[in-house]
Design a protein. Structure first.
Length: 213
C-alpha cells in the first residue's frame, strides 16, 4: 500500500473539529460571532525582492505600504521598499513564483516560497480596530490606514506585518509573522479580543478572494 502523503501543520494548534484539506491539517469550526480569528497559515506565501523601480515592481503594481489583488486573485502586499509578500490559495506557491520570475526580463530578483516558514492569521469584525488598539500603537482610523493599507509594526510586542483587507465591507486584517511566534500572536489576539466576544473560526480558503459569508 502506498504511503500516505505528508500532512503540513501550522504552528497554531487547530481548534476542533479538525480535518485535512489542501494537504494541511486545519480546523473546520464555524462561528456566528461578529469578531472572529482564523489561522490562515495554509495560504501560499511568496516573498519577492527586486528593484523598487524595475520591471518586476511595475508588473506587481503595488507600492510600499499598500496591498491589492492581481488578476489571478493573489494578494500583493508592498511590505518594504523593493519587497513584496504575495498571498495566494494553498499549494499555488510554485505557480506564483513562475509568474513573478517570468516578468524579470534579466532583472536581478529574489523569489522564494515562505509558506512553511511563516504564520498568517486573520481577524474580522466591526471591533477589529478596537482589538488591535490594545496591542498595537498604529493609528487605525480610516484616514490613516484604510482598506488596502499595509504596515509593519509591533503587535503584542512582536514585529508583525499587518494588512487591512476588508471582506465584503467587513473590516478585516491579516497579520503575518515568523512561524516560531505564530501561536504566541494568535493567543495574544484572542486574549485582547476576549472582552469583545472573539471566537475562533476554521480556515476557509475562499476568504482570499474577498468572500465572506
Amino acid at each position: 500500500m502506498a504511503d500516505a502523503p505528508p500532512v503540513a501543520r501550522s504552528p497554531i494548534s487547530p481548534a476542533p473539529p479538525v480535518t485535512v484539506e489542501h494537504g494541511w491539517e486545519i480546523s473546520i469550526r464555524r462561528s456566528g460571532a461578529d469578531l472572529r480569528i482564523m489561522d490562515c497559515t495554509p495560504l501560499a506565501k511568496v516573498l519577492v525582492r527586486a528593484s523598487a523601480d524595475g520591471e518586476v515592481a511595475r508588473t506587481l503594481g503595488v507600492p510600499f505600504g499598500r496591498a491589492a489583488r492581481d488578476e489571478h486573485g493573489t494578494l500583493v502586499t508592498g511590505s518594504g521598499p523593493g519587497e513584496w509578500l504575495l498571498l495566494a490559495s494553498p499549494g499555488t506557491a510554485p505557480e506564483v513564483i513562475r509568474r513573478v520570475e517570468g516578468t524579470a526580463d534579466g532583472e536581478l530578483v529574489s523569489v522564494f516560497d515562505a509558506t512553511h516558514g511563516r504564520a498568517l492569521m486573520r481577524i474580522t469584525g466591526v471591533q477589529t480596530a478596537d482589538l488591535l488598539a490594545k496591542v498595537c500603537g498604529v493609528d487605525l482610523s480610516e484616514g490613516i490606514t484604510p482598506d488596502g493599507a499595509a504596515f509593519r509594526s509591533s503587535v503584542a510586542k512582536l514585529v508583525t506585518d499587518v494588512v487591512r483587507d476588508d471582506l465584503v465591507g467587513r473590516r478585516s486584517y491579516l497579520l503575518h509573522c515568523e512561524r516560531s511566534s505564530g501561536q504566541y500572536l494568535f493567543d495574544a489576539l484572542i486574549d485582547a479580543g476576549d472582552e469583545f466576544g472573539i471566537e475562533v473560526e476554521g480556515f476557509v480558503a475562499s476568504e482570499m478572494r474577498g468572500v465572506h459569508r
